[in-house]
Design a protein around this ligand. Structure first.
Ligand SMILES: [Zn+2]
Length: 247
């Protein structure tokens, strides 16, 4: 895997192409933006990255959710299962923070795509999703305020009065979203509704594994990770539940 490169000239494109095997597929990626980049500045560049994607059973690139191909090696250390990969040349637009320089991180530029990504995070941390919602409310509030303050006064007073009520409601919505953020990284015991005491989960590093016998909302004999307060609550309230090990 090579580092991403800015494609500013035809020669850059040829150079990146020559570093790949001729049959390497070119994959177009969604536009990205680096944290701290000025959205109003013209700092967009085309970035090419030789990289790998997981392979499907037919030797193509595995789509999200599609079963992946594996290769199994057996040696003196045991069995090693490795995901098979396809070499690709990834190409996409990126707004950089420092002109002419590729930063270390970038996120999807489209807030809608960022939201979909955040909703399906494998670690279950929903705080980025809620922060996207806070940002959407802010954009809506700013848009309404700009219309009210427009120097050519396009809105009648009856409209402005109602928009001001809408702004109050959006300010209240923002406070609710900020409050929801405290619960955004919930443990599995809370997320699966095995317990619900409206207490935010503390940092997930202290999670413990909890054995759950037959209990409302839980399959028989399952083990789930939970934060310590919710593990203790489950032990107190659900007969036969007990902490089995630290995660
Ligand atoms: Zn918890």
């Amino acid at each position: 895997m090579d580092a991403p490169r800015i494609i500013a000239t035809a020669a850059d494109l040829v150079s990146v192409g020559e570093s790949c095997r001729p049959e390497t597929p070119v994959v177009l990626t969604a536009p990205e933006i680096e944290p701290g980049a000025d959205p109003h500045a013209d700092t967009w560049v085309l970035v090419a990255t030789p990289t790998v994607k997981p392979m499907n059973a037919h030797g193509g690139i595995a789509a999200p959710g599609e079963p992946r191909a594996y290769v199994v090696d057996i040696d003196e250390h045991g069995v090693l299962k490795r995901a098979r990969v396809v070499q690709v040349l990834q190409v996409g637009a990126r707004q950089v923070r420092t002109p002419g320089q590729i930063g270390s991180d970038a996120m999807l530029a489209d807030p809608e795509l960022r939201r979909i990504d955040a909703l399906h995070r494998p670690d279950g941390d929903m705080r980025p999703l809620l922060m996207e919602d806070v940002a959407r409310v802010d954009v809506l509030r700013e848009g309404i305020q700009d219309a009210i303050d427009a120097p050519h006064q396009p809105l009648a007073p009856a409209v402005v009065r109602r928009l001001e009520h809408a702004l109050d409601a959006l300010a209240a919505a923002r406070l609710e979203l900020e409050d929801a953020l405290r619960y955004g990284d919930s443990c599995e015991l809370a997320r699966l509704r095995i317990v619900d005491d409206d207490r935010p989960c503390p940092a997930r590093l202290g999670d413990v594994l909890v054995f759950l016998p037959d209990s409302p909302g839980a399959a028989s004999g399952q083990v789930q990770p939970g934060c310590r307060p919710h593990a203790a609550l489950a032990e107190r309230t659900l007969a036969g539940t007990h902490i089995v090990a630290r995660e």
